[in-house]
Every structure is written in C-alpha cells, then in structure tokens.
Design a protein around this ligand. Structure first.
Ligand code: XMP
Length: 516
C-alpha cells in the first residue's frame, strides 16, 4: 500500500468492474468525503486496516447467476460498516443475504421513472417521484430478510432496498451518472445521513497532508521532476516545490513539438512564479534530426519516446544528489492497472514516462486524484488560471498532428494555424467547453485554390474540436459557423502554405481524437 494520508473519513469502493466505478468515486469526493477504489476481493483484514467509514459495492458486468460471478467475502457483512450496493453490487448483496434474484426477464436500460415507496434516509428530502438511469439484466424480485423495499420502477419491484438496523442500502439504478438527476443527493444522503460523514475532505486538506508526506518521505534528499507544460506535471511541481522548496529541480525538455508560446509559459510564467530551479533543454534539432524522413506514426512515437528518455536521463544524471523522481500519475491510471478492469486500460506511449532503468525512488503525490481534482489543487496552489485550464496536450506533441514526415517548416505552419484556432475558440468563450481544439496538418493532400489572380497548390488544415469527459469517447464539437468561418479566414490569410480549411466531424469511436 503506498504512503498516503488517509483522511479521517474514508469510504472504500469495492470494485466489481463496472465502467462507472470511477464516477462513483468522483461523486463521493464531490461530497467532500475521501474514497478509494479497490478490487472486490481485497482481503477483509486489509479493508479493516484502513478503518473505513463505509463501503460501496460497485456495479459490474457479471450476472449473479454465473457460477464464476464475483462475490464479496461474507465476513465483510459482519464488519458493522454501512454498505451501499449499486446495480450488480445490489444484486450480489441481495443474493449473499438470502434474496431471490431473477434472471434476465425484466431488463431495463436508460432513463426510468422511479417511485419512492417507503420514506427513508436514502431518499430524504427528495421528490417521491424521480428519474433514474437503469442498466441491468438481472432483477431482485424481493428483498432479503431484514430489508424493506424503498423504491420501485414499473419493471423493477425492488429498485432500492434498505436494512435500517445494519445500515445496508442498495440501489438497482446508477446514482453516479448524470442521467440520474438527483443521484449525487442520494449518495450524499448515504454519506451524511446514514454514515454520519461530516465532509471535511477539501483540496486544502489534501495539499496540507501531502506536504507533510512529501517532507517525511524526502527528508533532506533531492527530487527531480520532468515538466511538460501539461497540468499534471505542473501540479506536481507546484506541490513538491511548496513542500521542499529548492530541494526540487525540474527538467523541461523542449522537443520542438510544442504549441506556440508553450516553452515561455513553462519557463517564465510557471517556474519563475514558483521560484523553481529549472533546467531547460532545447532539444529541437536533436528530435527533428531523428524524425527526418519518418512517416509511420508508431515509429514517430517510438523515436520521440526514446529520445525523450535519453535527453531526460542525460540531464537527470548530472544531478548527482537527486534520489527521487516526482511524477504526475493520476488515479484513473492507478485504478485501471490495479483492479480487475484491465481490459479497458488505454495505454499511451507516453512521452515523459519513467525511464525504466533509472534508479530513482518514485514520488507520485497526485496518484489518488482525478483530473478535475488536480486542477482544483493547482488553483489552490496559485498556478495561473490559464495554465490550469489548458486543454490536454499529448506527450509526442505536434508530431502526432502532422500526418507524414515532421519537418520544421511543417511544424511552424501547424503551430501558427493551431494558435489561430485556440485564439478564436478562446475569444468565443468556448475554450473550457470543448475538451480539445487544435489544428492538424495533412501534407499528403495538397489541393488547388485561388488567391488573388493566382492559382495555388497548397496544404489543407483540419480543425479538430471535440467534447469529452475522459478522452475514451468523444463527440465532435458543434462549433458555431461564425467561429469556424473566422478560423478559416484567418488561417488561409495568415498562414502561408495553407489554402483550405476543413472541419473533422467524426466522433470517437470510430475515429480517434488525434490524427497521427
Ligand atoms: P486518441 O487520439 O487516442 O487520444 O483518441 C486520446 C487522448 O489522449 C491524448 N494522447 C496522449 N496523451 N501522451 C499523452 O499524454 C500520448 O502519447 C498521447 N496520445 C494521445 C490525446 O490528445 C487525447 O486527449
């Protein structure tokens, strides 16, 4: 178990592998109660050792009828802890405690009308009629002994059930998704009214606890941190710097594939503001030399990844007294690699990843945070707002936004077009509403145009703008025509070598966000 400051109120989510498990964690934390996701079969003594306030059983893809269906160790029910079961978590709880769970005869998917049939704390203060999001095959036909039915839908006689004495509650629907409009209130009721949580967990308390931990862990040793300009590494650097001041040295490798103004932002606006010792490495030429003539996207990624590690290593090795490497690992990566849910992991050939054979001890203070919490921490630490809210940017940078060979000339062209897109999106107030908005250069497809009296034969620029929660899926953003028009006009007028602008209107899947 990694070093961490467990706040006084901890909720443990036992994960049965649902795609929504992370959302449950986020909703609980929105109620200012700290929670962690661990596999459903974590040994009971490990659960007890964490002294949780309550447990939540997540949903999951299995059917309780399946002989290999995952089940909780029965001893968990004897711990005297309040439990909230969600979807599969409810079915497992019902079956474990002696109820009948019917097979897939009464499936329900989507928004469903829910009627609260028994006044109870879980639905306290809410309308007796609610909308909930259902997604289940099996159904609990009647609750186990000791439970009463709390809510029902037309197709689900036990949509929520509870045992007041033991504080076991369960819902068939998904309170964690936005399609259940009062879902957070239901979770809040469980935490506050049933478990007695006081909701003390804030970003301020997280920062204070982490500062203590970092100081204890590092002592008088030195820490090195790779800065990329992205929010994760920025937040880590800001936090570690606050904890140990000039025992931290950051290394910023400019691989020449950055957006316009990025290296200045990192050096002047961030590092200088935080008084961080920064080693700036201008490695543009080195990267471009290695990328010359390379067109295959995977090769490009590999080269950039390898070269990055090499440059970083060279610089880090000069810091003879550095013992720790601080990294911006986030909680979704930890959950996805630690639970039964590995099939969904998105692996990135991430530039900035740990050089495997380097002998550093790892410092990962954001390891228990979600992206939006990292942003909140950064704001609390005083990172400039526009850096905090900068759209995600891939490690291999603009190289994966040029199809075909990456050259300096193409990069400059792309950078100018990209800057125009960002500028116009910001002016129209849409920057935070879209997940990413950027330019792609497709040098393999020149086309004919006419400018003044001249015919041109030049490259197009693709505008890519998507909305998304987590980049696993994405919708193309419905940008207003006027914004698209301004972007188009400016790009063809201001960026030499471009004579056409097109808009990518595909979602992910089937497309990806980047073009590569
Ligand atoms: P795709 O193109 O796979 O991208 O839909 C999903 C999200 O991941 C970002 N991305 C990366 N981020 N290192 C990163 O840190 C990478 O190598 C990388 N590749 C893609 C991409 O910008 C999008 O947000």
């Amino acid at each position: 178990m990694p070093i961490q400051a467990t706040p006084s109120e901890l909720v443990i989510i036992l994960d049965f592998g649902a795609q929504y498990t992370q959302l449950i964690a986020r909703r609980i934390r929105e109620c200012h109660v700290y929670c962690e996701v661990i596999p459903y079969d974590t040994p009971v003594n490990k659960i007890v050792a964490r002294e949780p306030l309550a447990l939540v059983f997540s949903g999951g893809p299995a059917s309780v009828y399946d002989p290999s269906a995952p089940h909780i160790d029965q001893a968990v029910y004897d711990l005297g802890l309040p439990i909230l079961g969600i979807c599969y978590g409810m079915q497992a709880m019902a079956q474990d405690l002696g109820a009948d769970v019917a097979g897939a005869t009464r499936k329900e998917f989507g928004k469903t009308r829910l009627e609260v049939v028994t006044q109870n704390l879980l639905f306290d203060g809410l309308n007796p009629e609610l909308v909930c999001w259902m997604s289940h095959g099996d159904t609990v036909e009647s609750p186990p002994p000791g439970f009463e039915v709390l809510a029902a839908t037309d197709n689900c006689p036990v949509a929520a059930m509870g045992d007041r004495a033991r504080k076991f509650y369960a819902v068939q629907f998904h309170p964690e998704v936005v399609h259940t409009p009062w879902g957070t209130e239901i979770i809040r009721n469980f935490l506050e009214k049933i478990c007695g949580a006081t909701g003390q967990w804030t970003m301020g308390s997280f920062i204070n606890a982490q500062i203590q931990i970092i100081r204890e862990q590092v002592g008088n040793k030195h820490v090195v941190c790779g800065l990329s300009g992205g929010i994760d590494s920025t937040a880590v650097a800001a936090l570690v710097s606050k904890a140990i001041g000039d025992q931290l040295t950051c290394i910023f490798v400019n691989h020449g594939l950055l957006r316009k103004g990025e290296e200045d932002d990192v050096q002047k606006r961030f590092a200088a503001a935080f008084n961080i010792k920064l080693i700036y490495v201008d490695a543009e030429e080195r990267f471009l030399r290695r990328l010359a003539g390379v067109t295959d996207p995977e090769r490009k990624r590999k080269i950039i990844g390898e070269e990055f590690v090499r440059v970083f290593e060279e610089e880090a090795c000069k810091l003879t007294d550095a013992e720790f490497l601080a990294q911006g690992t986030l909680y979704p990566d930890v959950i996805e690699s630690g639970t039964k849910n590995a099939a969904k992991i998105k692996t990135h050939h991430n530039v900035g990843g740990l050089p495997e054979d380097m002998n550093f001890k790892l410092l990962e203070p954001m390891k228990f945070l979600f992206k939006d919490e990292v942003r909140a921490v950064s704001e609390e630490l005083g990172v400039p707002t526009d850096l905090v809210w900068r759209q995600p940017f891939p490690g291999p940078g603009l190289a994966i936004r040029i199809t075909g060979e990456v050259t300096k000339e193409r990069l400059d062209m792309l950078r100018s077009a990209d800057w125009i897109i960002i500028d116009e999106i910001k002016r129209s107030g849409l920057y935070r509403k879209v997940w990413q908005s950027f330019a792609v250069l497709t040098p393999g497809t020149s086309s004919v145009g006419v400018m003044g009296d001249q015919r041109t034969y030049a490259y197009p620029i693709v505008i890519r703008a998507v909305t998304s929660e987590d980049a696993m899926t994405a919708e193309w953003a419905r940008l207003p025509y006027e914004v698209l028009e301004r972007i188009s006009n400016r790009i063809v007028n201001e960026v030499p070598g471009i004579n056409r602008v097109v808009y990518d209107i595909t979602s992910k899947p089937p497309s990806t966000i980047e073009w590569e």
